[in-house]
Design a protein around this ligand. Sequence first.
Ligand code: FES
Ligand code: FE2
Length: 404
Amino acid sequence: MPDSLLNDAFFAQMDSSIGDINDAESLPPGCYTDPEFFEFEKEAIFNREWLCVGRESWAKEPGAYFTTSHVGEPLIVARTHSGELKALSAVCQHRAMLVAEGHGKVRSFLCPYHHWAYGLDGQLIGAPAMDKACNFDIKSIRLPALKVETWQGFVFVNFDQAAAPLAPRLTALDAALAPYDLAHADGPEFAEVSQFPIVQKYAWNWKVQYENSNDGYHANRLHHGPIHDMCPSDLASFPEMPADTAGYVRYNGTLDRDVGFNATRHAVLPVFPGLTEEDRRRFVFVNVPPTLSIFARVDYVSYSIFRADGPEAMTHQRAWLVAPGAMRLPMFRELQGMTAAGSLLIGQQDRHVDAAVQQGLRSRFAPRGRYSWQEGAQSSFNQWLVARYRAAWVRGSAASEAGN
Ligand code: FES
Ligand SMILES: [Fe+2]
């Protein structure tokens, strides 16, 4: 049996990943491949951080719900009759059937297996033929609830009931996104963005894809060509973030005003009305680790939700937002198709890289590589990760000492 990766020396060697970008090197490759590290990472990151599950508009009306999962936990996001948004485990508290799948609109959730019924707040309200069960109190049974919060129209959930609120730690991102007013932007319904190919499963670690989204260095190298060259890597910039930030912003200047990723090289959809002249000459990249990545262009904001499924498995959901009213344009679908088609090759290049990087990270020759200044966002991400890894390692060590 191979030795465990997890020891004090392993966490100590992360020091070299969290300094200034020009000194730093990448994290140990085992962080991207090792099954034991992934189990550790669940505790360090996914059980404690705010995880994006989608858009508030996907559960707009009372009774509307949609489902998703994070780290293998099936989840329901539902709007109660009083208009409150709830995040619940989808696992029936009878024999673990999923009480809801997909999306819909209901008065209550009826588990299909034996018809236990739950209110939209998760409370068990009906359980047929349980009258002979001893000490069975219907009022004491409910679908476990997660904390829920919305930010910029996105819904986040947290398994940790003691988690600090998210939004106060995203003020730097609010400033960057204010011109787009994403809470009021138009976008697709859940049904349109909940199936393949919008949702895809990939055989790589979630950080491989996060880092690809976080990387301006490769922009006009991997993606070299007439469309992407409008956004050269040497126009990347990385604004200073507050120390307690829960997310990151980077900008990339464009060679022209109102650039679009399509054959015309210009925006073809209505430009977001609040943009300044400066905004019209740059792209905004916003990342809220570990699950949300936003790429704002002048007429089209695409976003990715990352769901970690295993050490080398993840689910990726990619959707979009446009200026209010844009979806009512008679040619909206054609124009959106142009925009999406322009990004298709770029996406294929990125996915090829993700798969090959995962293969490289498994190699005995996998490096702890050095960074270019154009990868400034990677050292911010490393700092975010390592602080949480170390806190979890210290907590775990203290708990095992107390147990000895
Ligand atoms: S598993 Fe849900 S009612 Fe039996
Ligand atoms: Fe890319």
